[in-house]
Ligand binder design. Sequence first.
Ligand SMILES: *Cc1c(COP(=O)(O)O)cnc(C)c1O
Length: 364
Amino acid sequence: MRSLGLIERYRPYLPVTPDTHIVSLHEGSTPLIPAFKLSAAIHPKVEVYLKYEGLNPTGSFKDRGMTMAVTKALEEGYKVVMCASTGNTSASAAAYAARAGMQCAVLIPEGKIALGKLSQAMIHGAKVIQIRGNFDDALKLVRRVCEEHPIALVNSVNPFRIEGQKTGAFEIIEEFDGFAPDFQAMPVGNAGNITAYWKGYREFFDLGKSKNLPRMLGFQAAGAAPIVLGAPVEKPQTIATAIRIGNPASWKQAVAARDESEGLIGMVTDHQIKEAYKVLAATEGVFCEPASAAGVAGLFKLSEAGFFDNIEPVHGDFIRVVCILTGHGLKDPDNAISVAEETITVDANQDAILRPLNLDAVPA
Ligand SMILES: *Cc1c(COP(=O)(O)O)cnc(C)c1O
């Protein structure tokens, strides 16, 4: 499956024709990894699965939307694509534009984007413009520019992005043999992804390919939680730069996904995000970026409040929860290094290296 790319895999459900030239880097078909220790830590009745979207070609779920958006931009005759980005959209747009032979321009908030993401946009040959402003300012600008010039906007306000991203839900349902999980937990930034997943779940449910619908659990960072607070946040702040957004473009759709699914949108502090980020890496061996850990942080928070105590599984013995790990940890090595234990430096001899290993303390 991996070798197909998601447009080929889900062609009947996507707006392409036999003549459409598909721009693909063989995205999608990402693993759904059972997280045994995390499940036990969260709740005895809960079974957590990690949808590891960091394994997409440019290291985030944005590739699902970008294969569709760039494919359609090319089909419609555009020669230039443009986006505002907290980082991953620019990395993905730059890669797919390079693949399509199109020009790409990206607007990013100055100094607020993880180094890995910046390096991607640059090496793929995008015109990278840093603005003295935040993501919301950048999006306003590119929307205007794309309205007034022949440039395709490839942010998630582009409906083709949502079409591509909804395939994540299809993959999860197929992996569970025709069931959606009881809950899906995920970070919410500009809110395109929660919109897309809910659309995907509903489509497969309406087609009879899924026996149930999940309840959607979205999490914003406490310093960037406009949907939770019910008002735009002027100066959003969080270490989870991918969700550092004060006025989500898909706000209404996210609220609809929440309400129609009987789910919730909550918030988690940077401290809770960092703890979940470390737990994922240290106990499950899965390295995601800080924003991606917001969903897992949210599960811990809900569980501590007794949320899962009175919930019955849809089928089987466990409450199934899928966490969307939206981006790869290598995107943002600075954050990993700053939250992890420090390295040590010793002389180059055996005694010196054995001492810190403290082998006497390891059970035989
Ligand atoms: C874009 C992004 C998000 C937020 O997704 P939205 O669709 O904007 O809500 C979360 N995590 C990562 C890693 C991202 O790149």
